[in-house]
Each structure stands twice: as structure tokens, then as C-alpha cells.
Design a binder for this molecule. Sequence first.
Ligand code: M6P
Ligand code: ZN
Length: 194
Amino acid sequence: MPDYMMPFTRMINLPDGTIPEAPVTQLRRLSDLEGLFADREAERALLAENPMIYEVYEATQNPETIGHLRYSTTVIHPGKVGDEYFMTKGHYHALRDRTELYYGLAGEGYLLLQTPEGETNVQRMTPGIAAYVPPFWGHRTVNVGSENFVFLAVYPADAGYDYDTIARQGFAAIIVERNGKPQVVPNPRFGKRT
Ligand code: M6P
Ligand code: ZN
């Protein structure tokens, strides 16, 4: 007989995305993303204030084994470092072929994806949009609006996180404000991280 896990539910508050019973909450301030924004001067200047960039509410601590799912909400605050919008650290899955589903709950954002070879893809996310992260694509989310950008993420519990590759290389593209609008431009620091 399998070792049955008890079914459960979690309340996800709408539209703010908070999960009151979340067993794990991560708060990411600018200092946690140091070195990831393209404009290092602007980043350094803003570090004095060290604003909150995003919060992650992990709905479960399901075992990190094949067959299980985990799910979480992410709340990215509005703001910019220089002209680059607030964003998540971004990661590849440690198990590279693991996938993910994002579902927009509030605000306006971009899902920025790239292959290990540096091919870029961008998907716009608004409430109701379900965006699929296929196997092998690194992924980062970006708040391009003036309110919190909130989304739900569902992923295989054994996917794991590779942040190092992003910390070393960055993303090939960044999302910046140009004439009041988001624009995807090449990252001048791509592959040049120290
Ligand atoms: C989503 C999911 C999480 C991830 C979070 C923040 O909620 O993809 O697994 O942790 O976004 O992104 P990151 O881990 O890149 O900071
Ligand atoms: Zn992921």
C-alpha cells in the first residue's frame, strides 16, 4: 500500500496573491539580487534604500520527489533600477527538463525565457494568462506595470533551482522602459559578469 499523503487545500487571496497558510515565505530585497541589474551605478545607488523587489509564498513543502507538484505565488513590486524593471532572480531548473506553469492573477508583467544557447523569448502576462515554461528554458518574471504583478506558479517538486548560471551570465535580454513603455533590448552585460 502506498504511504498516502492527505489531500489539502490552500487559500490564495485575490487579487493580492498572499497565501495566509504558506509554510514558507521568501522576501527578496535588492541586496538579494545584487549584480543582476544591468545598470550597476543605479543598482548601487538604490542599495542604500534596499527596496523590497518581490515576495514568494510557497503553498506547500511537498517532498522534492518525482510525482509531486509544488505551487507558489510571486508578488513583484512595481519599480525600476535605472530604466530596468523590477524582476525575479530567474533560474534554470536543476533538472533541466522540468517544466512550469504560470497563471497571471494581478497586474502586468513579462515572462522572459532563454535557452542555454542564449535564444530569447518573451511572453506578456496579465490576469487570466496561463504561460507555459517548456523543458530547458531559463525563466524570469518582470513587473512592467505600476501595480504589483502577481502570478501563481505550479512546477514539479523535484525541479530544483540553478541560480548560478544566471548569476554568472545573466539573461541575454533585459526589459527596460523606453518612452514610457516596456521594451526588450539586448543585455549589455550578458556573459560578462564578474
Ligand atoms: C515562481 C516560481 C518559484 C520561484 C519564484 C521566484 O513563484 O518559479 O519556483 O522561486 O517564482 O523566482 P526566482 O526563484 O527565480 O527568484
Ligand atoms: Zn522555475
